[in-house]
Design a protein around this ligand. Structure first.
Ligand SMILES: [Zn+2]
Length: 187
């Protein structure tokens, strides 16, 4: 079986793009998440996951299109472990990238099937990536399926759903009789 991640890249559309990516960008994204699996620290599950983030050339800290990778990091206290997607995004956020920086996400495992981000990662991704950002979910051979962030997490909750802080302070103040609201009379 071929392990060349470029062998599965489908035919581009009329604009020369695959889900909005050039063939070169897609090769970079795929190769990066497949290679990032080797960096996984997973002595307990032995389930290696690699993730990659394609960064827009227009992103504030990036002069050219580039990629940031991550891998899962486990812990003897099992729930403390972190997924590949969140290690990659954490690295990107520390480098100054924010909503609008990310052009695509890649995920890869050693499985025959196409492995999608877990629920916690979908929410984490949602914070920093728009609903239209494509997630390329690879199998061990480098073939992939693609769904957008919005398709993976429909009716999601994000920063724009939160009312302005001044509104929230008023609500909390009214209910607790604190600052910002009227004191509620005790019965
Ligand atoms: Zn996860």
């Amino acid at each position: 079986m071929s392990t060349d991640p470029t062998s599965s890249i489908p035919r581009p559309d009329a604009n020369g793009l695959v889900h909005g990516l050039t063939i070169e960008e897609l090769k970079l994204l795929s190769t990066s998440c497949l290679e990032a699996r080797a960096l996984a620290y997973c002595p307990y599950s032995l389930f290696r996951v690699g993730a990659s983030l394609l960064i827009h050339a227009s992103s504030p800290t990036t002069a050219s299109t580039t990629v940031i990778s991550g891998a899962n990091i486990e812990n003897a206290s099992y729930p403390v472990g972190t997924c590949a997607e969140r290690t990659a995004l954490g690295t990107a956020i520390l480098q100054g990238h924010r909503l609008g920086s990310f052009k695509a996400i890649g995920v890869a495992t050693d499985m025959d099937d196409f492995c999608s981000p877990c629920g916690m990662c979908r929410q984490f991704i949602r914070e920093f990536c728009g609903n239209e950002v494509p997630v390329f979910m690879h199998n061990k051979s480098g073939e992939f399926r693609v769904l957008t962030v919005g398709e993976l997490l429909p009716m999601s909750f994000g920063p724009e759903k939160l009312p302005p802080r001044e509104v929230l302070k008023g609500v909390v103040g009214v209910e607790q009789g604190g600052e910002g609201g009227e004191k509620i009379k005790e019965a």
